[in-house]
Design a protein around this ligand. Sequence first.
Ligand code: NDP
Length: 241
Amino acid sequence: MSKVALVTGGSRGIGAAISKALKDAGYTVAANYAGNDDAAKAFTDETGIETFKWSVADYDECAAGIARVREKLGPISVLVNNAGITRDAMFHKMTPQQWKEVIDTNLTGLFNMTHSVWGDMRDAKFGRVVNISSINGQKGQAGQANYSAAKAGDLGFTKALAQEGARAGITVNAICPGYIGTEMVRAIDEKVLNERIIPLIPVGRLGEPEEIARAVVFLASDDAGFITGSTISANGGQYFS
Ligand code: NDP
């Protein structure tokens, strides 16, 4: 029987590429999403991958959603914490609400999701957790105090949990993407993209979602069993941590 992989925010952008790549690698994939039913339906129609709606920011919804996935597909062997949001503002204008929403989704979401799969992974003496952080969690970014704090927190979470999971056969790793050509990034004004963003990227282009997805497939594989607590930077050379 194939292993079950759950990808949060798995119906759009980088998450959709991750869901597809895991399916192609032989996993039974469940893709979680928050609210965009049309995108989720189009994704399932295109890929045959089942989607499940709940917010990673809510602990009880995560526990109930994971129980639903478990009942339908079986215990989860691979968890990809990919769901993320931005609520950008310069700090002097940032509202408590903007801070809270980003921390709740991008940081607490990792606790909420991982807590509910951890027991099964420990029982199975096997598990793979891959956290999608960001270059901006490594280097910081003006206008993103909330996002940078959450994404840096994801890296601390990864390292602590890697130590706890090691003896139980569970690896926990993070990937820090740089600028990836998702809808969100391609929506940036072309002039800004070409004159202010791409020149910062030594390889001279945006990354592709599939380039992140292939790194996830590797970290999820048996071949990556000795890699835990690591951060893979996939940013075209923009920042070396
Ligand atoms: P998108 O905005 O394209 O997609 C985000 C996905 O996350 C959607 O499926 C969305 O669901 C889901 N989501 C958002 N909030 C929640 C929530 N509370 N509960 C469950 N699902 C949720 O994002 P990207 O593909 O661009 O980004 C994916 C990850 O990669 C994020 O963590 C982001 O921070 C990180 N990243 C992205 C970079 C980039 O250049 N794009 C660079 C560095 C890091 P729905 O469809 O229902 O809205």
